[in-house]
Design a protein around this ligand. Sequence first.
Ligand code: G6P
Length: 617
Amino acid sequence: MCGIIGYIGEDNALPFLLEGLEKMEYRGYDSSGISVMSENKIKTYKKCGRLEALKNTLASENTLVSSIGIGHTRWATHGKPSDINSHPHVSQSGKISVVHNGIIENYISLKNFLVEKGYKFISDTDTEVVAQLIDFHYDGDLLKAVQKTVSDLEGSYALGIICSDEPDKIIAVKKDSPLIIGTNYGENKDKSENYIASDIMALLLRTRKIYRLQENNIAVIKKNSIVVYTPEEKILNPEKDFELANWDIESSGKGNYEHFMMKEIMEQPEVISKTLTSKIKNGEISFEHLNISDEYLKNISKIYIVACGSAANAGLVGRYIIEKLLKIPVEVELASEFRYKEPLVDKTTLVIVISQSGETADSLAALREAKKQGAKILSIVNVRGSSIANESDYVIYTSAGPEIAVATTKAYSCQLCIIYIFSLFLADKLNIMDSSDMSKYINKLASLSDKIQEILLKKEQIMEIAKKYKDNKYAFFIGRTLDYAVCMEGSLKLKEVSYIHSEAYAAGELKHGPISLIENGTLVIALLTQDKLFDKMVSNLREVKARGAKIFAVTTIDHKEKISQIADDIFYIPNSLSEFSPSLSVIPFQIFSYYSALLRNCDIDKPRNLAKSVTVE
Ligand code: G6P
């Protein structure tokens, strides 16, 4: 979603701003813009559409040089995507320019107030209110004006602000939306320059040395100083809280791949192996920094898994695993539902929040709600120091590295691995698994990477299958239990990247409605990895076959004889323990989605209307 970038230093801000915006394109956006300072005036350029449009506008401005600037990629919430609604928004006086990520919930009443005071508005956005309100409060002290403004604001907001009367500073504000500050480091360390961004990816071009602005704090950033103010006006010196990001610029590139999605699919053996080796040492599971007491673990009476999108689909797999291995009841809730449903949680409930970005607004709100009700929060997060990680009682990081394609692949796979390992860890703490079973599970986990590699080597087979079905208008994914959970993810992947409408159904449920949609040529994608349910699945496949469906089955080679009698296309995955089969069976679905999108000329890494990090409700 919206991305903020800012620069203050000795060089020209413009190249950095544009590169930073480019690095944040993956977050999802529909317009972009920048404000810089030229001859003591703010100059703003903004364009609807891809970043290219903004770059084209700026191409003729070759005399534009400014050592301060802010930029933004917008994902429309208030007002359609248009040049005028794009950020930055500049106050009527032309003095204040603002970029914003989040939603100002009380913007209508603030707008009415400002209109009464004579302010005229030109956009439909909530953000323009912030620029005008700062202008209204401004009497020669930008910091004070910003402090007064934020005390009037309700909602979520990360802000980058510049003022033509105070060209030596950017002011940054953070509430419920991500914002980090970077400082010169390494090769750049002789320069006096500082940066702001929504996202580490935008800063890696210049620095890995970052400071995470904390909730409700305001930072005054000059080229050679950063001072942070708390809401109580306490002044913090962030120097000791700077950290070195563990991602580098190379890992954020496409390498030799045409798309990030394929690069990330192919990285799965490596990141899974990293995730496993970081938690399993000498055949023993260890969560070194978790600090979770055995006494607490023994008293867990119920587990909620709360997440959005693919992370929630990983949770569906988690439910089967945890209930099977630990016999603890698990509920999986979409975060957007959980936060409003008055969930039944208490201090014996463990709430597991799963999130790649660690910034998803609904997941964060659900976490806060659960905490308020007394539950402990364990989060499974990919981005270090993100809001969800910060606010959890316990955090387990996945080792997926930067994930750029909007449709997640490797982060989902790492989330599954963490769920497996954490379940085994808990089984051990609760003394409910004997050591031979434990070793069996750990050995099987260790073989997952190689088995995924085996599947990846056969990706062209899946491409051929995708070619046959690329013009289908819709598809059904069916499976039972764990296979059904993976079908949910397969179906989401296919629809989000290829725009083929698809639905996942528990195979036994087909007869209760969806079978009425099956006609000649309807694509049914079936997953059959659970041996004891294989024959039941075959019966379901016969029902759809009898009605003209084309069947693409994913199963293991042991079932070759039976499945070849009924399926039109088959892809075999290696055998594994049924509990860990999701890590293997999801891979052909990712590849099928990728090739379907490629063959349909879709924008694979940035599907229309989608955002990587959904920071608004
Ligand atoms: C967006 C992304 C999905 C992701 C979901 C949850 O919809 O496109 O890939 O699964 O958000 O994001 P999170 O960062 O919380 O995992």
